[in-house]
Design a protein around this ligand. Structure first.
Ligand code: SF4
Length: 455
């Protein structure tokens, strides 16, 4: 249940969670029957044309109320859009299943007046990116990496964006002169081997501009890897054309990190876009942001991560929301993220588990935050716990055997016995794994052991 209800029609309506969703996801792309002349009529072939999608983004409240009739007359949102622009591709709008804040796609794309309510701990640029910018548009924070803001344009302006201060406020892309300065800086800093092309969303630029940026960066011999940060596979999947993938292949090694936050964003269209990129030899990672009311339930992240690996996208980071102005209503506790990590470990494969990080204020970089798995340490042993609650010790090199003395606690060793080597494991009694082992053991009674296969 959401705590703050602003854009919904009424509080009561939001609470109708048990009603069937009034889906806006049409089998076919939406037609002009979506009841507003502002919504462009579909024409054959246009829906799958990414330029058409960009040209017809929902940018005004009038257009938006064509999709969400309950928003007509919500003039209070004008000031929100005035500060933080709105743009929603018709494709992404079609993923809204219920036109209120209980819907994750709605929540991430439709402006909310809470964006203007900032507690004092928030700032425009909490990561202090502008301080780490030796030339305009290039952030150099870690020694071997740099991030290039290639454009301030996105096809969809996420309401939770960490670069709200620039995304969409003036839609423009890097000039040739600025790009030259960036190349000069990279040339004079050969320690930078990894350049992240970001924005805004760099894949909203036309192919020729994407190529200019990639060829400029690739011209620097010390740059080994180019990474592209883009939300296009999520909000504008038709942008991943054969021409674009052919272009990207020319600049390998190219990696892409995308930004899926919720399983409802995993559609046949987004899967097809990711498949094209993966088939072009581009390793794909995903950076999610932990967002209140969107994906702060462990089961939602599990479903998302399982879906992503099915699409050949490796869950990479799960970000705690930055302390950026305009996103307070999206912030969760750090505990919520730790709980999700605890839930995932042991339940899904390691390749489906992202690293939960806090991007430290003041430009401190990403700090992983984990549940605690190291229980104790001694000069000879480290005591660890697994996802089931099993406690086990790991001997340091050179520790030849377990100590001979029995546990001081007799048959019930404690953590000290593990740390000192008097016991090696404390097993929880009734785990599924223990039951499976027991059943294997009982089936094996009387059977020869030592062979994997019949002789
Ligand atoms: S696509 Fe990325 S840069 Fe653009 S608004 Fe969304 S989060 Fe921000």
């Amino acid at each position: 249940m959401q705590q703050h209800v602003v854009v919904t029609l009424t509080d009561t309506e939001e609470e109708k969670g048990s009603e069937p969703p009034s889906t806006m996801r049409a089998e076919e792309p939406p037609s002009s029957s979506l009841n507003d002349p502002a919504v462009p009529p579909k024409a054959a072939g246009q829906w799958n044309d990414w330029r058409w999608q960009i040209r017809n983004r929902i940018r005004t409240l009038g257009q938006l109320s064509g999709y969400v009739p309950g928003l007509s007359g919500r003039d209070d949102l004008k000031s929100v859009i005035g500060k933080y622009p709105m743009a929603i591709t018709p494709y992404y709008a079609s993923l809204i299943r219920r036109a209120d804040l209980s819907d994750p796609v709605f929540r991430m794309s439709v402006p909310n007046r809470q964006e203007l309510q900032d507690p004092p701990c928030l700032s425009e640029d909490p990561l202090e990116e502008h301080v780490d910018m030796p030339v305009p548009g290039l952030i150099h924070r870690y020694r071997d990496r740099a991030l290039l803001i290639a454009t301030t344009t996105c096809s969809m302006y996420c309401r939770h964006c960490t670069r709200k201060r620039i995304a969409g406020t003036r839609e423009s892309s890097i000039s040739t002169r600025r790009l030259r300065q960036v190349v000069e800086y990279l040339q004079s800093h050969p320690e930078i081997s990894d350049v992240i092309v970001s924005g805004g969303d760099p894949l909203t630029m036309p192919d020729a501009s994407v190529e200019s940026v990639l060829s400029a960066v690739r011209s620097v011999p010390s740059v080994q890897v180019i990474r592209i940060g883009t939300r296009v596979p999520v909000v504008l999947p038709m942008r991943i054309t054969e021409d674009l993938t052919a272009l990207l292949r020319r600049y390998h090694p190219v990696w892409i990190n995308t930004h899926f936050n919720h399983p409802n964003e995993l559609t046949p269209e987004s899967a097809a876009a990711c498949a094209k990129l993966a088939d072009a030899g581009i390793p794909l990672g995903n950076q999610s942001v932990l967002l209140r009311g969107v994906n702060d339930q462990p089961q939602v992240i599990e479903q998302l991560c399982r879906g992503l690996i099915g699409m050949r996208v490796r869950p990479y980071y799960l970000y705690q929301c930055d302390l950026v102005r305009g996103v307070e209503h999206f912030r969760t506790s750090v505990r919520a993220g730790v709980e999700i990590m605890e839930y995932l470990r042991g339940r899904v494969s390691g390749i489906a588990i992202p690293t939960f990080v806090i991007d430290a204020p003041h430009g401190g970089g990403k700090i992983p935050v984990l549940p605690s798995y190291v229980v104790s340490m001694s000069p000879t042993h480290t005591v660890l716990r697994n996802y089931e609650g099993l406690l086990v010790n790991y001997p340091e090199p050179g520790v030849e055997s377990m100590a001979e003395e029995p546990s001081e606690l007799g048959a019930s060793p404690g953590v000290w016995d593990l740390a000192s080597g008097r016991a090696s494991v404390i097993q929880p009694a009734r785990t599924l794994r223990a039951q499976r082992r027991e059943s294997i053991r009982s089936r094996r009674v009387g059977q020869a052991t030592g062979f994997l296969f019949d002789q």
